[in-house]
Structure formats: C-alpha cells, structure tokens
Design a protein around this ligand. Structure first.
Ligand code: KIV
Ligand code: ZN
Length: 511
C-alpha cells in the first residue's frame, strides 16, 4: 500500500504511462561525482545489484576513457546481467569503436546542442553539430549497435533546433532520444511543455536525464513521464556530476505512487542503496527520502502515538515496501507511548507508575541530540529500578577534574556528610582515578576500591556508559558495597557510582 494525494490522481488522470523504464547511470554519471573512483570489482558488484534490482539499462561507463574502463565494461557486458548494458560515447568514430571493442550491443552517444556549448565548447555551427551527430549514429548502426542519442544541454537549446535534431537523429537510426537537463535548470511544468512539444516531431521513445542543481531532478523526471517520456535516467542515492542526477529510489517510488509503475523490484532498494553507499564512500544523508536513516524514524510523542496506532498517519508507505526498517527513536521529543512500545518489544517489565521518571531520565540523557537505542534503554530502565529512591546522606556538592596530555590528572570534590561540608583534592593516573581518590579523602580515607567496571553500552564514542564500583570500609568495614551509575560522561558517571556505593555503605553502617 502506498499513499498519494488524491489531487495527484485527479491531475494525472488518463495519462498513458505504459512502458516506462529506468536507465541507470550510476556507473557512469554517478562515478563522475567528485571523489568517486570505482575499481573493476566495485563496478562488477554494483552492476550485479542493479541487474537484480531490474533496471532496464545499465550505462556501465565511458569506454573511450581508457583501457581499464574498456576492460571493466567488457567484463560487465559478459556477466549475463538481465539489464541491457551500454556505454557512453561522444559522437566520434573512435569513441564508438571503443564501445564496439567492449563487445557491447548498445551505445549512448551525445553531442551538445545549446548555443552556449556550441560557441564556447564545440566551436561548431548548428549544421555541423547535426551532421556530426547523424554521422556517428549511422556509423554505430552500421556496426549493428542499438543507439540512444542525447542532445546535451537540451533544456537550454533553441526549441526549433532541438526539434530539427530529434528529426535528424531518429532518421539516422537512434532508437531512443534522451533529453538531458544537463545543468539542472528546468522547472517541472516547463519540462512537461518541452516534452509535449518534442513529441510532436519525435516518433521514437524519449528519455530524460535530469541533474539536481536546483533540487528538481526527481520532480522534472516525473513531470517528463507525465508528458510522455518513456525512460528516466537515474543514479542510486542521487549520485552524479556536481549535485547529482535524479535519485533512482525517489523516481522509482514516484512512478509507483503516482502512476502505479513498478519499474524495479522495490523491495531491493534499501540493500542496493546501502551497497552503493559503502562502495562509493558517499554516505546517505540522514534525511534522504526513502533510504535515509530518518525516513522511517519517529521520535516526537504525537507522531509515535499515531504511527503505533496506524503507521499510515505519518508514513506514505511501509518501510518493507523498499526493504528498509522503521525505528522508533527515543530522544528529547519522545513520549511515554514510544518508551512503553520499545520496552514491550524488548520484553522488559517496567512499572507504569515509574514511567514519568524513566521518561524524564531519557530526556535528560538526550539533551544535545543523543538518541537512546534499545540496549541503552534497557540499561537506563534497569538502573532506575535498582536505585534506592531515598535521599543521599553523603552528598556530592561540587566536583571538578583537570586532565590532559603531559599533565597530572587532579580532581577536587566537595561533599557534605550529615550536613558537614568537606573539600579534598587528589591526583591520579587519570581523571577517574583522581576523582575516586579525592572522594575517598573527603569522605573517609579507609575506603578501599575493590572493583571498578566500565561498560560502553553501544560501543560508539557517544555511547551511554555504565559504571559499577565496589568499595569497602566507608562505614561498614565487614562487607562490600556496590554502586552503579549510568551516564554520558565516563568521569562523572564513575563519580556517581562511587557516591552511590558510599551511600549504600553508609545506610548499612549506621543501621
Ligand atoms: O548531463 C548530461 O548531459 C549527460 C549527457 C552525457 C547525457 O550526462
Ligand atoms: Zn549527466
């Protein structure tokens, strides 16, 4: 089930969207993103994932860019991937020969058509451009290649000349004509207008290739489909030159939600996106639609309450549709519903009447944006139940520690014992050692530290830590006393655990 606005349905009524497919250019335009350099092994794994996903065409690279690239493309061409495999080529024979060398049956040729490119880059007239494009296509066709042709910078090309180009290249044998928005400047309704105009002269299917310079790549691609384009060029995770190309996952969902088209196996989107992020080293933004960490994360109390009753209140579709997970995040916006839900899912029993305390503790820990994960929640809940719930007899009033590299860690504490104020300083191997020694001096120097245990719950540098301290000799010399604390700061948590052990010892010693 996927939700779309009823207004979309009304606006898109009667549009013929049969035969719309995806042309994936992650291995070519995606690789042009700054900092991405893919090895043979990388590209083979990516191509295999794209084939499994079910894209119609994989643009495997730019064959003429070198021998290594040719080897990689040849390897991908021979992998038996269910998608068609093609290479990009400029409209020159040597580029098309490089594609033929890769044993490919499909070439994507291009030539710029906008006046700005003609004047400053190609230094050619419109007639020369048209003739070169036609020659290249005829050459490719004479070698048995299927041809897709792109008028580079189409969206800044004079409409009459663009129409002339479409007529010329389809007559020369291009089976698909792509309309690139090379610098991402068109607006969705203008895209609809442009495709509608071009359809008047274009008999072969049209594709679109939208860049995201203005954040409109996906919107422009969908607008083109609504106007009759039959293929959309995409890159996984929106990779591509500069700000990237239309994101595969967003276009795929847009096609499904608005037109009912399943252009790929949607359930494989999550895994494919993660694989390509790992291989390219480009992280997925937290707030990236469909595959970002936040796409199905709910934190605020009102939203979580809604989602737990019926996920559709705050989700356009279920995460399993695209192979990702929903998670209820516990943080400073959480409400009791989220906490209870997580505890139930974890099968942790926690008394309802103490829920406000637990919620307050979570909010306290979440100050500064920290999210509390399941393992941390269990430790916090457990610790709260373990606490005595009485006022401390030995109170920590002040605590400061000075540490660094090449300096002796020094701690100063002020405590009150039965109302009497005592201040002490001490040094130690590190800040924890110095702090515990300073507390001992202030409270009672007969205290011995029998055991100290530190556990970083999730292992991350922002993990909650749990400290257990076992002491002897504060007030009850015969037995050991245990103190535990949970917090974000190792030193402060160690101090809290030590104070808890001392207070437990005090209670027994004074009984
Ligand atoms: O952005 C562009 O115009 C391209 C062409 C090669 C299609 O990538
Ligand atoms: Zn491009």
């Amino acid at each position: 089930m996927i939700y779309s606005s009823d207004y979309n349905r009304l606006a898109l009524l009667g549009i013929d969207v049969r035969g719309v497919s995806l042309f994936d250019t992650t291995l070519r335009d995606g690789e042009q993103a700054p900092g991405i350099a893919l090895s043979m092994d990388d590209k083979v794994r990516m191509a295999s994932a794209l084939g499994d996903l079910g894209v119609d065409v994989i643009e495997a690279g730019f064959a003429a860019s070198g021998d290594t690239e040719k080897e990689i493309i040849k390897k991908i061409a021979g992998m038996g991937i269910p998608s068609a495999v093609c290479s990009l080529a400029r409209s020159v024979k040597k580029d098309i020969d490089a594609v033929i060398d890769c044993d490919l049956g499909y070439v994507h040729t291009f030539l710029a058509t906008s006046d700005i490119h003609l004047e400053y880059k190609l230094k050619m007239t419109r007639e020369e451009v048209k003739a070169r494009a036609v020659d290249a296509i005829e050459y490719a066709r004479s070698h048995g290649l299927r041809v897709q042709f792109s008028c580079e910078d189409a969206t800044r090309t004079d409409l009459n000349f663009l129409k002339e180009m479409h007529i010329a290249v389809q007559d020369a044998g291009a089976e698909t004509i792509n309309v690139p928005d090379t610098v991402g400047v068109i607006y969705p309704t203008a895209m609809t207008y442009l495709i509608t105009e071009l359809r008047k002269v274009t008999k072969v299917p049209m594709a679109v290739h939208c860049h995201n310079d203005m954040g409109l790549a996906v919107a422009n691609s969908l607008a083109a489909v609504a106007a009759g384009a039959k293929q959309v060029h995409v890159c996984v995770n929106g990779l591509g030159e500069r700000t990237g190309n239309a994101a595969l996952e967003e276009v795929a969902l847009g096609l499904y939600a608005n037109f009912g088209i399943e252009a790929v196996d949607l359930s494989k989107i999550g895994n494919t996106s993660r694989l390509i992020s790992r291989i390219t080293g480009y992280p997925i933004a937290y707030n990236k639609p469909i595959v970002g960490r936040n796409a199905f994360a709910h934190e605020s109390g009102i939203h979580v309450h809604g989602v737990l009753n019926n996920a559709a209140t705050y989700e356009a579709f279920k995460p399993e549709l695209v192979g990702v997970d929903r998670h209820i995040v516990l943080g400073k916006h959480s409400g009791a519903h989220s906490v209870k839900d997580r505890l139930n899912a974890l099968k942790v029993k926690f008394p309802d009447e103490r829920m406000p305390e637990l919620l307050a503790r979570i909010k306290e820990l979440a100050v500064g944006g920290k999210e509390i994960d399941d393992a941390e929640l269990m430790v916090v809940a457990d610790h709260l139940l373990w606490m005595r719930g009485e006022e401390d007899a030995v109170k920590l009033e002040e605590f400061a520690v000075f540490t660094g590299k090449g300096v002796t860690a020094t701690a100063t504490v002020t405590v009150t014992v039965d109302g009497e104020r005592r201040t002490s300083s001490n040094t130690g191997i590190g800040p924890v050692d110095a702090s515990i020694k300073a507390i001992r001096c202030a409270v009672n120097d007969k205290i011995t530290l029998e055991e100290y245990k530190l556990n970083a719950i999730t292992g991350g540098s922002d993990s909650l830590c749990e400290v257990t301290v076992v002491i002897k000799g504060a007030y009850d010399c015969s037995r050991l006393s245990v103190g535990k604390a949970v917090g974000l700061d190792i030193v402060a948590t160690s101090v809290d655990a030590t104070m808890e052990a001392i207070n437990r010892d005090y209670i027994r010693g004074r009984r």
